[in-house]
Structure formats: structure tokens, C-alpha cells
Design a binder for this molecule. Structure first.
Ligand code: PRP
Ligand code: GLN
Ligand code: MG
Length: 503
């Protein structure tokens, strides 16, 4: 998914950006980067790895200035090369750096136009480098030595006209300030907030509100779909709706899995939405199986815990933490290869036998995607002596690829693709399987903010809100980015030598 952060401060921002990145680390574990700006100079450190591993003291000392942006990456395009870690930089015009969460669906066409018409050079296969260069080209079109906020917002409008897909972005324009914008469909989340200091007001932009909380910033609001904001070098906030017909379609998977429960997205508390997912899931179980024989409800840590708690409560059954999580193993779903994901589930979770022995257990997970977790966990529950193992997912079956920032490019890798409940149940080895209904999931989220009319429901129903995702596009994507294709590409990849990086 990727986590992004931007900060316009009144004192050096390096440490605050680092801390904010550790708070959005759950969105991307593969690479991290920070770029800061002091006067005319930009400073960059980025590399593969977790935030805590990428930045050593010597790097932090070099990241000078009161303005900066940061990124932690979960790749959905290009390669895993550290050259594609973000922020990305282009010198012309003005010196611009950008960090992006999401995925462009018209990257191929844009790449071609950037070469042929805009005469721009791209050095990586990253779609984020494309987004950066479209923004840079559009800023250059103004041809001004001195930029005004209007010029910056016109460039954001042009980005919206040219780009399709999911994108939330933070950028620095050297000499002008911090810019942030959100795609006109409102797929990817982006919030901003501020805090008062003795030297004036500071602004922070982030993928999730939890980053603002932890850093002591007050959440002002979400960026509206299509909106652009600029915090200029005097610390003044400017904002503008830059899209012609914006709509709000937040990604359902943020609420199901990606976001931290203590975040608020589009005015919906993720925590409360997950509790409501638990309520409706329990209702369904009760409806379909009123005389159930479930002895205990057990969550699969971490993300399912909030929903599981409420399932147990509504069913009137005990809630027990039967699986312990190794706190030093990250999220398995966002790991890059299937082998690593599979191995990490066992390393990450271990059963407490006494909670399983001789019991009928209902395991709850937030979602079943490839089935990597559920298959192994059900076997572990059996090995621990469970009598019957039932399984329930707080999300509906995931049947279609994601093209907006989640690395699920191939339908064939999804366990629910072209399979019915009975077939999935058998494949994961459960005695019974329950899925949340899509209308119930929508309602669980919408109850937090009835003004949200639409959602990006694509992984559940194959409807893509940007309107440009054809069967042809999906089959090309599957060919290029399936686990097998990725493995082969990375093995034969010559690598990109990074132009602007230091060790
Ligand atoms: O069917 P799968 O392909 O296994 O994907 C779904 C699982 O992956 C995620 O867990 P993850 O370990 O990534 O993170 P978590 O600790 O936040 O639950 C999610 O919470 C499910 O448990
Ligand atoms: N998950 C994301 O937001 C990925 C951002 C971008 N497409 C990349 O691959 O780096
Ligand atoms: Mg999980």
C-alpha cells in the first residue's frame, strides 16, 4: 500500500518524519526514504528495508531542513530496486521530489507520451516516477520563473486530467513549499493536520491520521478527492479543488486490512467500522446456523482482533487469544513472494494448545486473499487438538485483482477466484466457512459517514471506479506481475543504479 508523510515545520523535520514513517510502517515494509529541503538544497536517504534499518544516525544528520517528505514502500509497479524506493526526484523545473501511494492504471500510455511529447526521461519502471514527471511537466508548461499557488494548482489539475488510477501524493517544490493531492475518485486516503509551536504553525500530511496523533498534530481533515493543498515557505496553507468531477470512492480494503484501527479515514473510525463488521458477521452466522455449537472464538492476529471481539460478543461465546504473534515478524500479506509469505505465517503465529484441545473453534480473520494464512492456521488449530475448526472472514470473498495500490495483480492467485464457498472451505480445510456479505461490509463503513456514496469495491465485485480497466488490461497485468513473472524478472533484472542516493 505505501505510507506517505510530508511536513512543513518551523524547525528541522528529519526526526518527526522518521517517527511518522514508523507509524505508517504497516503500509509498506520493503523500502523507506526521506527527502528534506534546506534553502535550495535537497537531501535524500532511501533504501530497501524497514524504516528502523534504513536510517542510521549519519543519514539522519544529513537530512537537514524544516521541510521534508517520507515514504515506506509496498511495490505495485516496476521492481523492488532501491532506485525505485521513494521519494523520487527530478531537477526540472525548480527541483521536485514526490512520494506516492497508489497505482496508475494508464502508466504505459503516460510513459510513452512523456518520452515522445514531453521529452522527459524516465530512469526506472516505477509508475510513481511517471506521476512525478507528469506533475513536473505540467509545472514547466507555465514557464514561469516565479510560481504562484495558482500555477501549482493548475499543474495538479492537469495531473488529474492525464492520470488515472489511485494516487495520494506529497511533493516538495524547491523554493515553493509542500504540495499534496489526492486522486479525483478518492480511492487512496490522505489527511492533513497542524500544530502550534513557539515559532508558528506546522503542517503535516499523512496517509493515515494515526501518524498525526502520535506526532502531536491535530487532524484538520481529509483532503477531498481531487483536492490539492500547498503549504508555502511562509507556512501558509492554500487549498483548491483541482478536479472537474470528483467523486468519493474510498478503498474498502483500507477499512478491512490496511489501515491501523486507530486511524480515521474519510471521517470513519476504522476501529468502529471493524467492530460493526464483527456485528454483521455474527448476525450472518446466527442467521445461517442458529443452533451452532461454537465453543470459542479465536482471532488470527493482528488485524482481525477488533472484528473477532465483536463476533464473540454477539454470538455470546468466549473470546480467547489462542494464537500468539511474534512481534518481530511483519505483515505476511504484503511480503513480496509466496514462499516468503508461507514461511512467515508459521514463524509469526503459534497456537496455545489448551485453547483448542477438544473444542469447536471459530477462527476469525479480516480477509482471505490467497489463502496462505487460513490454510496454515486451520492445520495448526487441528494440530493443537481442536475438535471442529470453523472459519469466518470479516470481508467478502476476494475474487478480482487490485489495480489501485494493492499488489494483487493476478486473479488466478486468489483462492476465491471462480470458486464457491464449499470449494474454498475444502481448500483451506475448514469444517464450515462464513464470509461477510458485501452490502453488510459497505453498511459497516458507511454508518460512520453516511455522506460516502460509493466505494472502490473492485476486489470483491470486479467493478473498477476509474472506468478504464478492461479484461485486456487485467490479463496483461497478470502476465507481467504475477508471483511467477515477478520472480523471473527480479532474477534477470540488471538493476537500476540510483542517480541520487548516498549510503
Ligand atoms: O489469505 P492471505 O493471502 O493469507 O491474506 C490474508 C491475511 O493476510 C493478512 O495478515 P498479515 O499477516 O499480512 O497482517 P496482520 O498481522 O495485520 O493481520 C490479513 O490480515 C489476513 O490474515
Ligand atoms: N503500494 C503503493 O502505494 C505503491 C506505490 C508505487 N506504485 C510503487 O510501486 O512504488
Ligand atoms: Mg492477518
Amino acid at each position: 500500500m505505501c505510507g506517505i508523510v510530508g511536513l512543513m515545520g518551523t524547525s528541522p523535520v528529519n526526526q518527526a518524519i522518521y517517527e511518522a514513517l514508523t507509524v505508517v510502517q504497516h503500509r509498506g515494509q520493503d523500502a523507506a526514504g526521506i527527502m528534506t529541503c534546506e534553502g535550495e538544497r535537497l537531501f535524500l536517504r532511501k533504501s530497501n528495508g524497514l524504516v528502523r534499518d534504513v536510517f542510521e544516525t549519519r543519514h539522519m544528520l544529513r537530512l537537514r531542513g524544516n521541510l521534508g517528505i517520507g515514504h515506506c514502500r509496498y511495490p505495485t509497479a516496476g521492481s523492488s530496486s532501491s532506485a525505485e524506493a521513494q521519494p523520487l526526484y527530478t531537477n526540472s523545473p525548480y527541483g521536485i521530489a514526490l512520494a506516492h501511494n497508489g497505482n496508475l492504471t494508464n502508466a504505459t500510455e503516460l510513459r510513452d507520451l512523456l518520452y515522445r511529447e514531453d521529452l522527459r526521461h524516465l530512469n526506472t519502471d516505477s509508475d510513481s516516477e511517471i506521476l512525478l514527471n507528469v506533475f513536473a511537466h505540467e509545472l514547466q508548461q507555465g514557464g514561469k520563473l516565479q510560481l504562484s499557488p495558482d500555477d501549482i494548482f493548475s499543474a495538479v489539475s492537469a495531473v488529474h486530467r492525464r492520470c488515472r488510477g489511485g494516487y495520494a501524493a506529497v511533493a516538495m517544490v524547491t523554493g515553493y513549499g509542500l504540495v499534496a493531492f489526492r486522486d479525483p475518485w478518492g480511492i487512496r486516503p490522505l489527511v492533513f493536520g497542524s500544530r502550534e509551536t513557539e515559532h508558528g504553525r506546522e503542517y503535516m500530511v499523512a496517509s493515515e491520521s494515526v501518524a498525526l496523533d502520535v506526532l502531536g498534530f491535530e487532524l484538520e481533515r481529509d483532503l477531498a478527492p481531487g483536492e490539492g493543498i500547498l503549504i508555502d515557505m511562509d507556512g501558509k496553507l492554500h487549498s483548491r479543488q483541482c478536479a472537474e468531477k470528483p467523486t468519493t470512492n474510498p478503498c474498502l480494503f483500507e477499512f478491512v486490512y490496511f489501515a491501523r484501527p486507530d486511524s480515521i479515514i474519510d471521517d470513519v473510525s476504522v476501529y468502529k467500522a471493524r467492530l460493526r463488521m464483527g456485528d454483521t458477521l455474527a448476525e450472518k452466522i446466527n442467521r445461517e446456523w442458529p443452533d451452532h455449537d461454537i465453543d470459542v472464538v479465536i482471532p488470527i492476529p493482528d488485524t482481525s482482533r477488533t472484528a473477532a471481539l465483536q463476533v464473540a460478543f454477539q454470538l455470546g461465546v468466549k473470546y480467547r487469544e489462542g494464537f500468539m504473534k511474534n512481534r518481530y515478524i511483519g505483515r505476511t500479506f504484503i511480503m513480496p513472494g509466496q514462499q516468503q509469505r508461507k514461511k512467515s505465517v508459521r514463524q509469526k503465529l503459534n497456537a496455545i494448545d489448551l485453547e483448542f484441545r477438544g473444542k469447536n473453534v471459530l477462527l476469525i480473520d479480516d480477509s482471505i486473499v490467497r489463502g496462505t494464512t487460513s490454510r496454515q492456521i486451520i492445520q495448526m488449530a487441528r494440530d493443537a487438538g481442536a475438535n471442529n475448526v470453523y472459519f469466518a472472514s470479516a470481508a467478502p470473498p476476494v475474487r478480482y485483482p487490485n489495480v489501485y495500490g494493492i499488489d494483487m495483480p493476478a486473479a488466478s492467485e486468489l483462492i476465491a477466484h471462480e470458486r464457491n464457498n464449499a470449494e474454498i472451505c475444502e481448500l483451506i480445510g475448514a469444517d464450515r466457512l462464513f464470509y461477510q456479505e458485501l452490502p453488510d461490509l459497505l453498511e459497516a463503513i458507511r454508518r460512520g459517514n453516511p455522506a460516502i456514496k460509493g466505494f472502490d469495491t473492485s476486489v470483491f465485485d470486479g467493478q473498477y471506479v476509474t472506468g478504464d480497466v478492461s479484461p485486456d488490461y487485467l490479463s496483461r497485468l497478470a502476465q507481467e506481475r504475477s508471483d511467477g513473472a515477478k520472480q523471473e524478472r527480479e532474477a534477470n533484472y540488471p538493476g537500476v543504479i540510483d542517480l541520487h542516493n548516498s549510503n
